[in-house]
Design a protein around this ligand. Structure first.
Ligand code: FES
Length: 166
C-alpha cells in the first residue's frame, strides 16, 4: 500500500489503483537532518535489481543503510544484522547480504535466507517528493515507487521491523 502525503490540500482519495491513499498533511514538511531525514542522493540510487548502495549519514543518530531498488521501487534496509546481541554491519556479497559476525544471510530485498538471524532485515521509511505530492513507505515496509521522484529522504525515526522467520 502506498501513502501520498502532502500536496497543498489533498483529501482522502480512498483505495484506488494499488490502494493509493492521500492524506491531508502539510506539504511544507521539513526534510532536514535535524528533523531526522537523510537525503538519498538521486543519482546514487542503483538500477532495479542491481547491487545495493551503502549509505552512512548523521542526523540525530548515525544511520547505516543499504539502498535497494527493485522493479516496485526503493527500500532503505537497515545495515545491521537482526541478531540483537551484537549487531554487525551486513555486507553485500555478489547476490546476498552477509553478517561478518554470525554468517546470517539475506536476499536483496532483505528477506532472511540462512543463519541464526531471527527475522528479515529491518528497514527505514522513505519519503519521496514527486510533482503530485509526497509518497511514504507503508507500515508494512514495501518498496516505494520513485519513477517521478524529485527528492528522496530516509526517515531515521521510522524503523520497520523485519518479518519474523517462519
Ligand atoms: S551481528 Fe551479531 S550475530 Fe550477526
Amino acid at each position: 500500500m502506498l501513502y501520498y502525503l502532502g500536496g497543498a490540500s489533498f483529501g482522502l482519495l480512498g483505495a484506488g489503483v494499488c490502494g493509493i491513499f492521500a492524506w491531508n498533511i502539510d506539504s511544507r514538511r521539513r526534510h532536514t537532518p535535524e528533523d531526522g531525514f537523510h537525503e538519498v542522493v538521486l543519482n546514487r540510487i542503483p538500477e532495479p535489481n542491481s547491487s545495493p548502495v551503502s549509505m552512512i549519514s548523521e542526523g540525530q543518530y548515525v544511520v547505516r543503510a543499504h539502498i535497494v531498488r527493485n522493479t516496485s521501487g526503493l527500500l532503505a534496509l537497515d545495515g545491521r544484522c537482526t541478531v540483537l546481541s551484537a549487531p554487525a554491519f551486513l555486507k553485500w556479497q555478489r547476490d546476498h547480504f552477509t553478517c561478518p559476525a554470525c554468517g546470517s544471510q539475506f536476499s536483496l530485498d532483505g528477506s532472511w535466507v540462512a543463519g541464526r538471524a531471527p527475522r528479515d532485515m529491518d528497514r527505514y521509511a522513505l519519503e519521496v517528493e514527486t510533482p503530485n505530492g509526497l509518497l511514504r513507505t507503508s507500515a508494512a515496509g514495501e518498496p516505494v515507487p520513485i519513477d517521478d521522484a524529485t527528492a528522496v529522504y530516509l526517515d531515521e525515526w521510522t524503523l520497520i521491523r523485519g518479518r519474523q522467520r517462519q
